[in-house]
Design a protein around this ligand. Structure first.
Ligand code: URA
Length: 296
């Protein structure tokens, strides 16, 4: 008579398949680490002696899929040798760009942000360069990294619907970017150092784009650009006056800016769409009011 226990034991191949499925379920869907490793350089014995810590599973996307499981903490950000020097280099490079295309090239050629090492593509911007609205999100996710364009995944699709609800479209009215230009590994939040290094490019981006109205999508974007500590729940729906330090120096007019719930958050918490709808209407009204002022 066949042994019941034998029949229930999975084969090695099945066990491997189950282990893999479990990892994918937990968000470990990419074999990528924070630090690139040239394995051709390593002798097998040396690898064993160096006791390389086991590769950590990339965590589930916080922005797209809600908080990560406790068992999979985000990989730590790469520490830059000297953030101050790197920020100065970024500022110099950003200031020398006189057009959006030149700025795109400057960002793509900049190697001072550690995120670039693990990303597939630089994600600069998408949408209408002449659009009156500029939206700034947090960081590219997996799909954005693959395509090299911001907001093309699930939250991007919701963002397009939100714009359409107030009669705007990405192709003619809105220009979209993020506070960092490369995907953080495992979709963790960008660190303060990574954000600081990208900031001169982001500020120059706003100066060159000259939008009528700015929208900061989600807490990290709003807090970074407004230098505020409050969360998005307190910041959303309020108008702020935004100016970069160079705009202040040049005496340029401030740009009206409103923080809005991030579409990825709205996908997870649809009840908050009511507030988001109110904010979208306020953005539409502001655009109309500014157009009216200009016409009169
Ligand atoms: N979330 C963001 O903040 N930016 C993107 O580009 C995509 C998702």
């Amino acid at each position: 008579m066949p042994d019941r226990t034998d029949r229930q034991t999975p084969t090695a191949a099945e066990a491997l398949r189950h282990a893999l499925a479990w990892q994918v379920e937990a968000g470990a869907d990419e074999a990528i680490g924070e630090h690139p490793v040239d394995r051709r350089d390593r002798e097998p014995q040396a690898v064993a002696q160096r006791q390389v810590p086991p590769a950590r599973a990339p965590m589930q996307s916080q922005r797209e899929n809600g908080p990560a499981p406790r068992s999979a903490p985000p990989p730590p950000p790469v520490r830059l040798e000297s953030t101050g020097e790197t920020v100065s280099a970024a500022r110099e490079s950003a200031r020398s760009a006189q057009t959006l295309d030149a700025l795109r090239d400057a960002v793509a050629g900049f190697d001072g942000c550690g995120l670039k090492k693990t990303a597939m593509n630089t994600v600069f911007a998408d949408g209408a360069p002449a659009g009156r609205l500029m939206l700034i999100g947090e960081a590219p996710g997996a799909e954005e990294d693959r395509q090299g364009k911001p907001f093309v995944g699930a939250s991007g699709q919701l963002l397009d619907k939100m714009l359409a609800a107030i009669g705007l479209s990405r192709t003619s009215d809105a220009y979209i970017t993020n506070i960092v230009f490369w995907r953080p590994p495992g979709n963790r939040e960008p660190s303060a150092a990574e954000t600081a290094v990208c900031r001169p490019f982001l500020e120059r981006h706003i100066e060159l784009k000259k939008p009528d109205v700015l929208v900061f999508l989600g807490g990290p974007s709003a807090k970074t650009l407004l230098n505020r500590k409050e969360g998005i729940t307190r910041l959303r729906g309020r108008w702020f006056q935004f100016r970069t330090p160079d705009m202040v120096e040049a005496g340029a007019d401030p740009i009206p800016a409103m923080p809005l719930f991030h579409p990825a958050y709205l996908l997870r918490s649809p009840l908050n769409k009511r507030e988001a709808w109110r904010d979208l209407l306020a953005i539409r009204e502001k655009l109309d009011a500014l157009a009216g002022e200009r016409a009169s």
